[in-house]
Ligand binder design. Sequence first.
Ligand SMILES: Nc1ncnc2c1ncn2[C@@H]1O[C@H](COP(=O)(O)OP(=O)(O)OP(=O)(O)O)[C@@H](O)[C@H]1O
Length: 312
Amino acid sequence: MIKTVDLTKKYGDAFAIKSIDLNLDPGDLFGFIGPNGAGKTTTMRIIATLLEPSWGEAYVCDYSVHTSPKEIRRLVGYMPDFFGVYDDMTVVEYLEFFAASYRIGGETRRKRVNEMLDIVDLDFKRDAYANTLSRGQTQRLGLARTLLHDPQVLLLDEPLSGLDPRARIEMRNLLRKLGEMGKTVIVSSHILPELADVCNKIGIIDKGELKQNATKQEVIRMVRQHTVLVIEPALPEKMDEISGLLSDHALVQGCETGDGAVRVVLKSDAQDYSELPRLLIHNGIDLKSFREEELDLESAFMALTKGTSTRM
Ligand SMILES: Nc1ncnc2c1ncn2[C@@H]1O[C@H](COP(=O)(O)OP(=O)(O)OP(=O)(O)O)[C@@H](O)[C@H]1O
């Protein structure tokens, strides 16, 4: 549905994006995550045919941005990070105005506008002036506008930015709905955890380069250098004994105790650690729990974009 090959944009000597390869299928919700100036907007604007790449290819439904921009524009809805609304138009008038610009006329237009207001849950504001909406409502209106011509592909640039927690949840629910409708969605953000639970694929971009492009689980696995086990004995006084038994084990790099548990950092090549619980039980230590420590997405993101400062 969306494919980019060696997609590159240079400004002078500087690379805004460098050799980006993406491959997204219908129904994919791709979280495009990166700090300021990483290249998210540049990539999306090229796919939307609003910007020409320096070299490389981008395809939407097999149409190339170089040779078929008109066809692509029919298939794509692009919502920029900032957009204005007209002061003197109500919500309905605003959507009807854009529907008319897509040459949607008469009864179909009225029906389509009503459907969009329903999808983004803004019907109750249909007669309000567009410039009186809250930030969250304005974002939803922007999304309704982007959906008017029923695009198969949606490119949403930071739709969650500046929203309060409730508006974020509402927008995330809306993103899920779009995935369920079979749309292919690229949605950008600075913050990995805020998108991870709605997206099935994640790309992390930093300084114009795609650092990871995989499922959420794969991103976490690739980022994790060492597996960390958290072992809670039934009796807290057994913690030192656990440390003593495991510290010198061939699979273990080190142990720390605290908060009723022993954190065991495994060596980077340690795969199968099933012998460790057996060893503890064999030594008469009852275990309350034995689990792998979860790597949180914030840490994954920080690890992948280490040393990146805000550049804009
Ligand atoms: N017209 C331009 N001329 C020169 N450099 C540009 C231009 N547009 C973008 N850049 C540079 O390209 C890089 C990527 O910018 P881009 O807007 O794609 O990043 P972004 O990830 O969308 O950032 P943000 O999250 O802040 O919106 C940045 O270093 C930016 O300064």
